[in-house]
Design a protein around this ligand. Structure first.
Ligand SMILES: O=C(O)[C@H](O)CO
Length: 378
């Protein structure tokens, strides 16, 4: 019996590695001698660094960077494959957790710290940088990120723009002559959490600006600023990004990365499946167990369980794929035709969220044992 455990993390509760360990303990009560292969997974969002570092025995690097408000902070990223590949979550340096109702202000928040993480990864020898973007406090189109990598974003007087989305309105010229030279040999793979364009009603400012503190007037101003930024990028760098899907992710960092680096957008979970070699590991598996904190029909839009199911079924359509979630939401039947054979929640009954989170390990073991008993019977 070969059992592959490839879950995502359960947000605010367990890392993907811990989830896999809990499921394994439950299964071992029924199948003590099975072959277990644990594969912490992720989809480019929160937990991607930890999952890839765990899956590939990588290394966590801590770097002093600037947070979105321009204050010093420490942020982490991962190095895998002997340091040749870096894994970054932009939110570690420029995420929404750094702001509160008193400090939130997308006119001034910056992605400079994300650029510092990319620079650090390159200085450590990374030739490929996987960057998960989303969960940001910023609306600066990745301008701060580009400045940290040596780009000059200049106003009419030739002065460097200050941090923040509002400043982009003053952008007159982009000069990339002093950007980090190694960037031209660095492949950047972007895992974006959304497919929104840079500007317009579905763009970064209109859709995600309010959650970062923008009122109606600010949203309009920021949208115009990003539109002007896109015009200058098109004129000075020859990149037309305004309507590219994902350009509006992380306050337009998607556009910034596409404009200033050798980058391409890919599905986050496909990147992780690829880098962990999951398809190789699921060969010969009798059962593949995946999961995430919350499963519902939206899981089909590139979340971990679907990525795992697709990989497993591509290798062998007869492999049984089971998902275990903390909470199971609406229309999960939409996931069955996509490769997930059955979905279970690990929460035993109605209880406080804090209690469910606290008991996740125990609950996961319990439901896993039950699933194993059922499989044995069948
Ligand atoms: O950071 C943001 O703006 C949202 O997560 C969308 O990417």
């Amino acid at each position: 019996m070969k059992i592959v455990l490839a879950p995502d993390s359960y947000k605010n509760s367990l890392t993907a590695k811990q989830v896999a360990a809990s499921i394994k303990k439950g299964f071992q009560k029924v199948y003590p001698n099975a072959e277990y292969v644990s594969f912490p997974m992720a989809d480019g969002g929160e937990g991607t660094v930890q999952s890839l570092v765990d899956a590939k025995n990588g290394q966590i690097i801590t770097e002093k960077v600037v947070n979105p408000l321009g204050n010093p902070t420490e942020a982490q990223y991962g190095l895998i494959d002997d340091g040749s590949v870096a894994v970054i979550e932009m939110a570690q340096a420029s995420g929404i957790q750094y702001i509160n109702q008193f400090t939130q202000n997308p006119y001034i928040t910056t992605t400079f710290g994300t650029g510092e993480l990319i620079k650090s990864a390159i200085k450590h020898g990374a030739k490929t940088v996987i960057i998960g973007i989303g969960g940001s406090a910023t609306n600066d189109g990745g301008a701060g990120m580009a400045q940290a990598l040596g780009a000059h974003l200049l106003d009419e007087k030739g002065d460097e723009l200050q941090y923040g989305g509002a400043m982009l309105k003053k952008l007159d010229k982009v000069d990339i002559s002093e950007m980090l030279p190694e960037l031209s040999d660095t492949e950047i793979i972007i895992a974006s959490d959304v497919t929104n364009p840079l500007t317009g009603p579905n763009g970064a400012s209109h859709v995600f600006g309010p959650q970062k503190g923008a009122n109606e007037e600010m949203v309009e101003f920021l949208d115009e600023a990003l539109s002007h930024y896109a015009d200058v990028l098109k004129r000075d760098l020859g990149k037309d990004l305004e309507n590219v899907p994902g350009a509006g992710a992380a306050g337009g960092l998607g556009a910034g990365l596409l404009a200033f680096t050798n980058s391409q957008m890919r599905s986050g979970v496909d990147i992780v499946v690829n880098y962990t070699g999951l398809k190789e590991k699921v060969k010969g598996a009798d059962v593949v167990i995946t999961g995430e904190g919350q499963i519902d029909f939206q899981t089909k839009f590139g979340k971990t369980p679907i990525g795992v199911a697709k990989a497993a079924k591509a290798v062998d359509p007869d492999t049984t794929v089971i998902a275990i979630a903390g909470s199971v939401g609406e229309k999960i039947s939409e996931l069955y035709p996509l490769g997930i054979d059955a979905i279970f929640t690990c929460v035993p009954g109605i209880e406080e969220l804090s209690k469910a989170i606290q008991d996740t390990d125990k609950n996961l073991q319990q439901v896993s044992e039950n699933i194993a008993r059922l499989i044995k019977k069948v």
